[in-house]
Design a binder for this molecule. Structure first.
Ligand code: CP3
Length: 342
């Protein structure tokens, strides 16, 4: 079994850095696009055999050191009764957004086995197919990030509804975040029971908030999730656009912090201190450039990450227009770096 990824999560030293990519199962792969031609996105997520196939595609093609289950962070909101559509070109859409306290009553507390059992089934299938080859990562979004989609009704640029609610009725918004946290706890426990060997929590929109507001609004429901999961499996926390939140992130009960590319990894380490592994943080745009440049930047990244525990990854999801050969250069270069003599 290739356990480099789990060893770094647990703070152990390894002969070479493990590497995987956020959104590694996705549109840059021709075999994914082929399956997508025949099935819409939600069908792929909800059919365990198809979700398993998509999860395994980047393992076969690129030999990454971890699998991440193919699903989406928004699925638990659908399980709570919010209608969810993926519209070509526009991304996710909630036609009936939740924008005030009264709207929360429309949401239900779902039985996760009934409503999200397809995710657990896919995890079990992935574990069986991988047969120990590499570990599989489960995931969820943070309540704040999930609420940003549910309140706005989809992807947003200004987040006007969410921000206005957060200032006008913070207790009402807190109630929504609490409801989402309750479901997330059951959902993540279910993923562990189904075989997830690590969990990544995505706070894609946490960086919208300053430190005081992130700590007051986003942190309490997130902390409740992290505490109730405990350290049964390593917990990875990803936040995008959050250099200003690193001191707060350093205090989270997680084993790994996953950071975007806006700050060099040695500076991140200086702020975060020892005790947690770091994951990241190559600019996904690098993979659109020349291979020589990719190699140079990966070598530099591994140098900056030396000594403190580092899982090589991108700073956000791989871009759909990335040439597969460039993704391969990224993975191969990372896997060729030796750490023992550092
Ligand atoms: O490979 C993997 O990383 C595992 C699967 C995965 C997907 N989404 C598949 C997906 C994971 C871990 C996610 C997380 C996710 N989903 C996040 C957090 C990480 C991040 O990117 O910030 C967010 C914010 C979402 C919500 C979401 N899903 C959006 C905004 C979109 C549309 C924009 C886009 O990138 O297409 C999706 C769709 C989505 N999720 C696709 C995939 C492969 C593309 C769907 C398609 O085939 O058309």
């Amino acid at each position: 079994m290739n356990d480099l990824f789990l060893r770094v999560c647990h703070g152990e030293s390894v002969p070479r850095p493990p590497v995987w990519m956020m959104r590694q199962a996705g549109r840059y792969l021709p075999e994914y696009r082929e399956l997508r031609r025949q099935n819409d996105f939600l069908t792929l997520c909800k059919t365990p055999e198809l979700a398993t196939e998509v999860t395994l595609q980047p393992i076969r093609r690129l030999g990454v050191d971890a699998a991440i289950l193919f699903a989406d962070i928004l699925l638990p909101l659908e399980a709570m009764g919010a209608e969810l559509k993926f519209v070509k070109g526009d991304g996710p859409c909630f036609p009936n957004p939740v924008r005030r306290r009264e709207d929360i009553a429309r949401l239900r507390v779902p039985d996760v086995d009934e409503t999200l059992g397809y995710v657990f089934e896919a995890l079990r299938l992935v574990r069986r197919e991988l047969d120990g080859k590499v570990p599989v990562i489960g995931f969820a979004g943070t309540p704040w990030t999930l609420a940003s989609y549910l309140v706005e009704g989809g992807t947003s640029k200004q987040f006007a509804h969410l921000l206005s609610w957060s200032y006008a009725d913070p207790e009402g918004l807190a109630e929504l975040l609490d409801r989402i946290a309750d479901v997330s706890i059951a959902y993540l426990q279910g993923q562990i029971a189904a075989g997830a060997q690590a969990l990544q929590i995505f706070d894609t929109w946490g960086g919208l908030l300053d430190e005081e507001r992130w700590t007051r609004i986003a942190l309490p429901p997130l902390k409740r999730i992290l505490d109730s999961i405990g350290n049964q499996v390593p917990r990875i926390f990803y936040l995008r656009g959050g250099a200003h939140l690193l001191p707060a992130m350093a205090r989270l009960p997680v084993e790994v912090l996953s950071v975007d590319w806006r700050q060099p990894l040695d500076q991140v380490r200086a702020i975060v201190g020892p005790g947690k592994a770091l994951q990241g943080n190559l600019d996904p745009g690098t993979l659109l450039g020349p291979r020589e440049e990719i190699r140079r930047r990966v070598e530099n990244l591994v140098r900056l990450g030396r000594g403190g525990g580092h899982i090589v990854n991108l700073g956000h999801g791989i871009l759909p227009m990335t040439p597969v050969e460039n993704a391969r250069t990224f993975i191969e270069t990372a896997q060729a770096q030796e750490l023992a003599s550092s």
